[in-house]
Design a protein around this ligand. Structure first.
Ligand SMILES: NC(=O)c1ccc[n+]([C@@H]2O[C@H](COP(=O)([O-])OP(=O)(O)OC[C@H]3O[C@@H](n4cnc5c(N)ncnc54)[C@H](OP(=O)(O)O)[C@@H]3O)[C@@H](O)[C@H]2O)c1
Length: 231
């Protein structure tokens, strides 16, 4: 991992932050982004934080230009940005539908497309789906549609970019304890659905990102790997 040039989108909180720190600890050179201004905690690490909204094509292009300027190229792109949302289908507005797809799916396409010119043989892309996308959840039609779309995007890009030596995989997390206030009954119910009887941690997802972008996974491309404790 030493000196690997890495972009993780949305690396200032939760799983993205754990992934950024895992790469940085291993000696990688990391760029991340979020929509806010700066990030004091990440500033203590060798991480370059860019303000960019990756649902916007211009921002995605500017982010990749910043990666080129700061790193000189890219070996790894982690399309971590995504968000949750809940709405009964009769209340789900077209605006919220599009916003969810923009954040959870279109952002990965925009960043990948902009990054292509910097990715050479041996490079690796990891997208973020969700374990729930294949099972479905009431009141999350928009969320699961976006996340199921990530699986199709991943499989097609793996076939399209494989001949260039670029691997494309996805991770499908279950419920991960990112420190957000989770109602105790949800925590208990979802923990009970897992084979391991607990929620996952951001570090446990970050470790799988490291595996999927590293040498031990060199013959894996096009998969969506559940990291969900066996739901
Ligand atoms: N946590 C879970 O249980 C879980 C389960 C299944 C799948 N996932 C997936 O795993 C990924 C990470 O989840 P998480 O819970 O760690 O997320 P999170 O805590 O909400 O963090 C999201 C990160 O992305 C940034 N961000 C959000 N929208 C952005 C945009 N349009 N442009 C640039 N940055 C943006 C946020 O910063 P700003 O707000 O400052 O922009 C933040 O740094 C997501 O794709 C999520 O859907 C999570």
């Amino acid at each position: 991992m030493k000196d690997k040039r890495v972009l993780v989108t949305g690396g200032t909180r939760g799983i993205g932050r754990a992934t950024v720190l895992a790469f940085a600890r291993g000696g990688a050179r990391v760029v991340t982004c979020h929509r806010g201004d700066g990030d004091e905690e990440l500033a203590g690490h060798d991480v370059h934080v860019v303000t960019a909204d990756v649902t916007r094509p211009d921002d995605a292009g500017r982010l990749i230009a910043e990666c080129e300027r700061h790193l000189g190229g890219l070996d790894v792109v982690v399309n971590n940005v995504g968000r949750d949302g809940q709405a009964a289908v009769e209340d789900l507005s077209a605006g919220e539908w599009h916003s969810m797809l923009d954040t959870g799916l279109t952002s990965a396409y925009l960043v990948t497309q902009a990054a292509l010119r910097l990715l050479g043989p041996g490079a690796s892309i990891v997208n973020f789906g969700a374990s729930a996308a294949t099972r479905g959840i009431p009141q999350r039609a928009h969320y699961t549609a976006a996340k199921a779309g990530v699986t199709g995007l991943t499989r097609s890009l793996a076939k399209e970019l494989g001949p260039r030596g670029v691997r494309v995989n996805a991770i499908a997390p279950g419920l991960i304890d990112t420190g957000d206030e989770l109602p105790p009954h949800i925590r208990e119910r979802v923990s009970g659905l897992t084979s391991l009887g607990r929620l996952g941690t951001p570090d446990e997802v970050a470790d799988v990102v490291l595996f999927l972008t590293g040498e031990p996974s060199r013959y894996i491309s096009g998969v969506t790997l559940p990291v969900d404790g066996g739901i």
